[in-house]
Design a protein around this ligand. Sequence first.
Ligand SMILES: Cc1ncc(COP(=O)(O)O)c(C=O)c1O
Length: 460
Amino acid sequence: MVRIEISIHTTQEKNMTDLNNVPHIRVTPPGPESIRWHGRAEKHMKGYSSQVGLFPVVFEKGEGNVIIDVDGNTYIDFSSGIYCNSTGHCHPKVVEKIKEYAGKLLNCHDFTTPIKTMFLEKMASFLPGNLSGIQLYCGGSEAVEAALRTVRTVKGGKYEMFSFWGDWHGKTGASMSLSSLGGTVFGPRSAGCHLAPVPDCYRCPFKLSYPGCELTCADVLEGMIDNEGTGAQAAFIMEPVQGYSGAVVYRDEIFTRISEICSARDMLLVVDEVLTGMGRTGKMFCVEHYDLEPDVIVFGKGTAGGFPLSGIAVKEEYSQSLEKMSASTTYGGNPLACAAAYATLEVFEEENLLENVNRVGAYIMERLVKMKETHRIIGDVRGKGLLLAIDLVKDKNTREPFKEAGRMVYKKAFSKGLAWIPAENVLRLAPPLIMTEKLAEKALEIIDESIWEAEKHFSC
Ligand SMILES: Cc1ncc(COP(=O)(O)O)c(C=O)c1O
């Protein structure tokens, strides 16, 4: 059997998965071993995501762009965990660094370690604008909370924050209060947290069309800040491209208007790049695509190649404020996380990942646009770099979400060997940043076939 390298890695060892034979479904998934392991886990573990709930397969290992289940089925990975495995599964360099540091020191609170220093220096060299003050945490929500503490510290206790409908910032108190919670009954929101209509041109909340709309959404945001605010307006927090809501990309002018609105009111601008950051959209940080100078950036997910590490970076002039809010957390910036993140950033440099994201992202998008022309239920395809989504609709004119089809296409494609991310009618495509055109093409064929099958099933 001819064995080939699994990805674009230039320095990694030969991988043992035969790429010509990926995906490979040996037994219809979830297979007997998946059912056995998941059944045992499920007795204790409650509250799975829809990604797992709809397709409870049990994974055992991953290599580059491929993930393998306990029944020996191999899948093309179009999910990266959940936007985390930026350098692919178990990149040899990341694994080596973790091994090297695992034998040295696991935790020493927020004392400096050489690897933390090395990571901070490298991270600082990647940060846009004059962002320089950094704090390190483990999860995205935790880092969002730190960003909100920064805002309150800088603004002398002002606490009113604004965000957009459909944004997702996490599951902790304030981060959740600035997110769309859908049908969940977690209310009330924390005091001072407000959500404004989203500038989503595909499903405009005002049923207007660009450019005739003259950016009504921005006017409404401005009005909300002035009318719902009570003099304690402190910040606007946004995802530069909405991830959870399905790769919702805004018009460039929106960013200019948001900057103007914030600076006119002396409010800070917090950009949550937990999902969009670290190369996912084709620039190291998504804000670099736009005319936008955030005061605070939040990062997480792909920063350490799949290992838990998150953080915030603030403008030089606010760095002193960070001194007033302790950076101490139990696990944030631990040596293993810093080692994984340092190695991940080295891979970005050495393997030119951004170039790959842009090339493969453009290739996938071109194919999606063609697919949209041939399928009656594809209403929209959108995204940036390797943050992409397909929006299924019952009718291309009314754009009514086709949730049943979304669930069916997700499951059909998964059973053919594509691990990806559902969100009702929106199907999310988030391959590792080392994805190749060849594997992406196979994934797209699976998606195409699965959509045809759903169309047939629903007689569309
Ligand atoms: C933009 C954004 N911010 C914050 C979070 C929360 O991150 P975590 O799940 O690591 O707490 C997420 C998670 O999906 C996210 O997408």
